[in-house]
Design a protein. Structure first.
Ligand SMILES: Nc1ncnc2c1ncn2[C@@H]1O[C@H](COP(=O)(O)OP(=O)(O)OP(=O)(O)O)[C@@H](O)[C@H]1O
Length: 308
């Protein structure tokens, strides 16, 4: 069996009185993309810092490329890791090219690499300008270029799409897909859920330092047992008079959307197809936002139940 690139076993992290992570376990394999989600203060950045080795666990163990990342031996493997911190900031007086060349040289690369990356993230036109003149999105693009130096084996990206316009966001995800194809592993944290799900292999939802859910989206869907939304077109009210179909309507007068349990999906589609008038149908499984809401709400309900 392949050894995972990153492995956390029952990891806890306390900052004085704050328990930022509580018994978190996870493995990340080569070429895998993990989405890390959770509200403010859930422990996402703490997990990234533990993987980087800039802080040490209070309990449990962290291994990255077979070593404890906070150990002396792990120093040389840091060149194989790319990190985009949340709220990235740079030396304001330097130009974009100077900043990136500096970071490239720290990792053993040269100015040519820096120029190519500035082109890749779409700010080569501004590379000779001081960073203090950059817009928020341009700074974020520079941060991404810095994280991409040397096609890292492992990329840790904290809120990578903050400040990016739609085109830059889509370019960013294309780069992630490309890096994954080339064998890099990626952990990305984001509060912006739409658009992420096509690019991740697995998701982990953290809340108050605990893992609420982890797995592929299909595993999370199965476990959450959320209904599939089926939206038929052209039936003009036939659904509400069909006994097999009307049970899946929410009761809202104007809605023709059916909320169907996964196990009834095929039978419902077959029933819908028996109507010649149906001219289109949309089938939407629960998306990442709905899954996220589901797991967080479930936790709140459990906690409230525990109190009573
Ligand atoms: N250096 C520190 N000293 C004390 N407490 C800290 C420190 N760093 C983080 N914390 C606390 O640990 C908890 C987890 O913080 P963390 O930054 O990991 O959350 P996060 O999920 O990244 O949040 P956000 O989405 O807001 O960035 C929070 O309660 C935070 O206040």
């Amino acid at each position: 069996m392949n050894t995972p690139l990153v492995s956390l076993q029952n990891v806890g992290k306390n900052y004085q009185q704050v328990a930022a992570l509580k018994s978190v376990s996870m493995n990340l394999n080569q070429g895998e993309v993990l989405g890390l989600f959770g509200h403010n203060g859930a422990g996402k950045t703490t997990m990234m810092k533990l993987i980087l080795g800039v802080i040490s666990p209070s309990s449990g163990s962290v291994e990255v490329m077979g070593m404890a990342p906070d150990s002396k031996e792990a120093w040389h493997s840091r060149a194989k890791i790319g990190y985009l911190p949340e709220n990235v900031s740079f030396y304001e007086q330097l130009t974009g090219l100077e900043v990136l060349t500096y970071f490239a040289k720290l990792k053993g690369y040269n100015k040519k690499t820096a120029i190519a990356l500035l082109e890749q993230v779409g700010i080569s036109h501004a590379m000779k300008r001081q960073v203090k003149t950059y817009s928020k999105g341009m700074r974020q693009r520079l941060g991404l270029a810095q994280a991409f130096i040397g096609e890292p084996k492992l990329l840790l990206l904290d809120e990578p799409t903050v400040g990016l316009d739609p085109i830059a966001t889509s370019d960013f995800y294309s780069t992630v897909d490309q890096l994954k194809t080339n064998g890099s592993s990626v952990i990305l944290c984001s509060h912006v859920l739409p658009g992420v799900e096509q690019h991740i292999d697995r998701a982990m939802i953290l809340s108050s330092g605990k893992v609420l859910a982890a797995g592929t989206l299909s595993e999370l869907r199965q476990h959450a047992d959320l209904p599939v939304r089926i939206k038929p077109k052209g039936l003009n009210g036939a659904v509400s008079s069909d006994p097999k179909l009307k049970q899946f309507l929410t009761g809202k007068l104007d809605s023709q959307t059916l909320f169907v349990p996964e196990q009834d999906k095929l039978a419902t589609l077959k029933q819908l197809l028996s109507y010649d008038a149906m001219n289109d149908v949309h089938v939407e499984p629960a998306n990442l936002e709905q899954l996220y809401q589901h797991y967080l709400t479930k936790e709140v309900t459990t906690l409230e139940g525990d109190k009573s």
